[in-house]
Design a protein. Structure first.
Length: 126
């Protein structure tokens, strides 16, 4: 299957931009995992990006450094917050892609926040 995300689909870090109600973007570096033709992101449930996605599902994505320095083409997409089963699947994908660091981070988060403390985001390229 083709990668509709280009460099974003293979990057270790992705700059995810969500949009405030006034339309201004807020960009955050995140881990992202390509699975099929969708990109999956795992984040804290009460984060600002989740709150913004509840109001506006439009996003832009760009490969970046761990500190958020952009490194490639911008891809526009539409994001969807996942249910418990979908979020659990994203946790597994993150642990598989990011190996030891992913396992430690996801497991530590589950201990600290519980299963409802994090959520998966599914992004479809426009």
């Amino acid at each position: 299957m083709d990668n509709p995300f280009g460099g974003v689909g293979t990057a270790n870090y992705v700059l995810l931009a969500t949009f405030r109600k006034n339309g201004s973007p807020v960009a955050t570096p995140v881990w992202a995992v390509l699975d099929g033709d969708k990109l999956y992101i795992w984040t804290v449930t009460d984060s600002g990006k989740v709150k913004r996605l509840r109001n506006n599902q439009a996003v832009t994505l760009q490969p970046c450094s761990v500190t958020g320095k952009p490194r490639g083409q911008v891809v526009r997409g539409t994001a969807r917050l996942l249910d418990d089963a979908g979020s659990q699947r994203v946790r597994r994908l993150v642990k598989r892609k990011y190996v030891i660091q992913g396992w430690l981070t996801v497991t530590g988060s589950l201990v600290r926040r519980g299963k409802n403390g994090t959520i998966g985001i599914e992004v479809t390229a426009d």
